[in-house]
Design a protein around this ligand. Structure first.
Ligand SMILES: [Zn+2]
Length: 84
């Protein structure tokens, strides 16, 4: 099994690009030449994940509603208001 080249951790700038720009994922994947799976691993190391519902990259904590230990698979932007 071929082992991928070990990537350096995402920089603050890259995380900012990822979480603030609609095309951030595309930019980072192109500049690092990584697939989505690799990018997800790198992002998770920095506590950044892709929202399963709206596909925006957010901090992992956003996917967990206040008062809960588990994700409801929504970020702050797409969580229904009665679930906030
Ligand atoms: Zn979302």
């Amino acid at each position: 099994m071929g082992k991928a080249i070990k990537q350096q951790p995402l920089t603050d700038d890259e995380i900012d690009t990822l979480t603030s720009n609609a095309d951030g994922e595309y930019k980072i994947r192109r500049s690092r030449k990584v697939g989505l799976y690799e990018l997800k691993e790198l992002a998770l190391d920095e506590n950044v994940e892709k929202c399963p519902t709206c596909y925006w990259w957010v901090e992992s904590g956003e996917l967990i509603p206040d008062g809960s230990d588990e994700t409801d698979r929504h970020c702050l932007n797409c969580r229904p208001p009665d679930n906030l």
